[in-house]
Design a protein around this ligand. Structure first.
Ligand code: HEC
Length: 137
């Protein structure tokens, strides 16, 4: 950043000295500032901007899976059927999707109720089950 400021100063002075170069220097300065201006550091006012409204709607199956279920289901923690592994999932799918929904929502042995997403609605959990099942056939 310090070097950037020096560079900025040099360009600025050069622009003042050579009148014909002013326009170019300003363009350069704007171009150099753009990426800096569009970066939002934590703690800055822009970082506190409210999240987009869309994020408040129901989470997709993929979102729920990526935030919660992947913790156990990507590596098969405690015997969890691995997502993407059809051999793990075939016998589960054989029980019927309604049973899988019920077990995902209410818990099943080491499978915690709602996959530990206490704030997830039934539909969001079902979406995550669908997502895992679809990717594990
Ligand atoms: C703490 C680890 C853990 C998390 C987090 C987790 N699971 Fe599981 N899940 C398991 C384990 C372990 C099993 C296997 C249970 C068994 O068969 O005894 C399982 C089994 C399942 C099954 C199969 C149930 C059946 O009847 O065969 C489904 C469906 C499932 N999980 C869905 C989910 C979904 C959806 C999420 C995320 C919302 C999730 N799980 C998060 C550990 C987890």
């Amino acid at each position: 950043m310090i070097q950037m400021k020096k560079l900025f100063g040099v360009l600025f002075v050069a622009g003042l000295v050579a009148a014909s170069a002013v326009a170019n220097s300003e363009d350069d300065i704007k171009a150099r500032l753009a990426p800096v201006g569009s970066t939002c550091m934590s703690g800055e006012a822009c970082a506190a901007a409210p999240a987009p409204v869309a994020a408040a709607g129901p989470k997709s199956g993929k979102e729920v899976y990526s935030s919660f279920c992947t913790t156990c289901h990507s590596a098969g923690v405690m015997g969890a059927p691995k997502s993407g592994n059809s051999a793990d999932w075939a016998p589960r799918i054989g029980k019927g999707i309604e049973t899988l929904y019920t077990h995902a929502i209410g818990g099943f042995n080491a499978m915690p109720p709602r996959g530990m997403c206490a704030a997830c609605s039934d539909d969001e959990i079902k979406g995550a089950v669908d997502y895992m099942v679809e990717n594990s056939k």
